[in-house]
Ligand binder design. Structure first.
Ligand code: EPZ
Length: 434
């Protein structure tokens, strides 16, 4: 098991190339099932979750080849309509196999994803939408067993704008007989990218990103002639933008779409940062005091929950009190006790965290609990001189490609080392032990 050791307190400066979005690549990879043949994708990030999704597709009978950020995937044959527990437990996004497998094979056997650190993560809306399209479900043995004698168009109104729920339903509806209307659909940019990809296969979709998606089902879909390029990861970009702000640096993230970054840009400006938008880049400069900001997470186009932990790290050093309200997940403050170990002053009251800025943080050994919480600990470590060690790196590896190298390239003193327990015995104690 590795750990990250950071010796922070240095302003970061330079350029960070942003990779393809994890949360676009995952639904698009599994959606290739609706069009038999060879698919080509570009700008696919090198992440554990992407490897897991390619393994799942391999289990289903679809071999793939990843070379750098290019992926070739052959979905000509589907021999196994199942997403087994051993894969789903590692990556809950495997639940995205439900819609494509139902559309392709008329059946799907997907392990229930179960909860995770940030919440219960139910899939009732996924099932509600797929049932409206003509699927029947049986829950047994920890699996969802889905079957259909033929999907037909339906009018679906979601109770919550679930991102993967919208993706599951959309990917099934494209092959349903007749017209579907999905209302209260998620509006995230990753949904728009999935719709673009499905349209390149011949799907008839309109309204994606508006909250109401209209689909005319077609009889068959074919792989696109040209590779689909995965859109940039707005959460990775936001994370490095906060790295600039928290270290008082000057960092430009490149290969991004600033139109997807509105809420994060607005909060960084409110915190006192100078933020300049280019066509495919964003520059963040910070000097002087950080100002406190209040933020409430909301479905897109609101402030993204996946940036909540990162912004909280920034607020721990602001001159004043910030109030952070998490409205998407019921348990997404796991980073609070770990930030407190670094000296942060945060009081949690239900889904609100009140952050009182402190003069400075201090290094310590901290534990990553989920993907974005890990990122917030890295950001806090970058702002403090004492060495900060971050354990359980597998969380970070799921969602951040080459994090250490990218940080080193903008001046961070950060390294990834084997986590040897003996290293963690306090010197005072080891002296007495000796
Ligand atoms: C997606 O998760 C993302 N994952 C998450 O990113 C992201 O945090 C989340 O959307 C919100 O933006 C992927 O795209 C792979 P939801 P998802 O369904 O789809 C409730 C990361 O760090 N809900 O939009 O699972 C649910 O409990 C990850 O990259 C139901 O009640 O999230 C939650 O409160 C973490 N019933 C809310 O909706 C359902 O059937 C939003 O969840 C589905 C969801």
């Amino acid at each position: 098991m590795d750990k990250i050791v950071i010796r922070g307190g240095k302003p970061l400066s330079g350029h960070v190339p942003i990779t393809g979005a994890k949360n676009a690549a995952l639904p698009i990879l599994i959606a290739t099932l609706v069009a038999p043949g060879e698919h080509r994708l570009s700008n696919v990030p090198d992440l554990v979750d992407v490897s897991s999704m390619l393994s799942l597709l391999g289990r289903i009978g679809c071999p793939s080849l990843k070379h750098g950020s290019d992926v070739r995937l052959d979905t000509t044959r589907v021999s196994f309509c199942e997403a087994p527990y051993d894969l789903v437990r590692k990556m809950r996004a495997s639940v995205l196999a439900l819609g494509p497998l139902l559309a392709r094979c008329g059946e799907a056997h997907v392990s229930l994803p179960g909860g995770c650190a940030i919440g219960v993560r139910p899939i009732d809306q996924h099932l509600k939408g797929l049932e409206a399209l003509g699927a029947e479900f049986e829950l047994s043995g920890g699996y969802v067993h889905a079957r259909t004698s033929g999907l037909r168009g339906a009018h679906i109104v979601l109770d919550v704008p679930t991102v993967t729920g919208t993706e599951n339903i959309l990917t099934a509806a494209v092959l349903a007989r007749g017209e579907s209307l999905i209302e209260n659909a998620a509006r995230e940019p990753e949904i728009i990218d999935l719709a673009r990809f499905l349209r390149s296969l011949g799907a008839k979709i309109e309204g994606e990103g508006s909250g109401s998606i209209r689909v005319q089902g077609v009889h068959e879909l074919k792989p696109a002639a040209e590779p689909h390029r995965i859109l940039p990861d707005r959460i990775e970009a936001g994370t490095y933008m906060v790295a600039a702000a928290i270290t008082g640096g000057d960092v430009t993230v490149t290969g991004v779409d600033p139109r997807d970054m509105g809420p994060v840009v607005e909060k960084l400006r409110a915190a006192g940062c100078l933020v300049e938008l280019g066509t495919d880049r964003i520059r963040v400069q910070q000097s002087g005091d950080l100002l406190p900001v209040d933020v409430t997470t909301r479905p897109h186009p609101g402030f993204p929950t996946d940036m909540q932990a990162q912004l909280m790290a920034l607020c721990t050093l602001a001159k004043g009190r910030s109030v952070i309200t998490e409205t998407i997940f019921e348990n997404r403050f796991m980073h609070v006790p770990e930030l407190a170990r670094l000296g942060a002053d945060i009081q949690v009251e239900g889904n609100r965290a009140v952050v009182t800025g402190v003069e400075g943080l201090h290094g310590a050994t901290v534990m990553a609990t989920d993907l974005r919480a890990s990122a917030s600990l890295v950001l806090a470590g970058l702002a403090t001189e004492g060495p900060t060690e971050i354990l359980r790196l597998y969380h970070l590896d799921r969602g951040y490609e080459r994090l250490v190298e990218k940080l080193q390239a903008i001046g961070a003193d950060v390294e990834r080392v084997p986590d040897d327990l003996r290293d963690r015995i306090p010197t005072s104690l080891s002296a007495t032990v000796a």
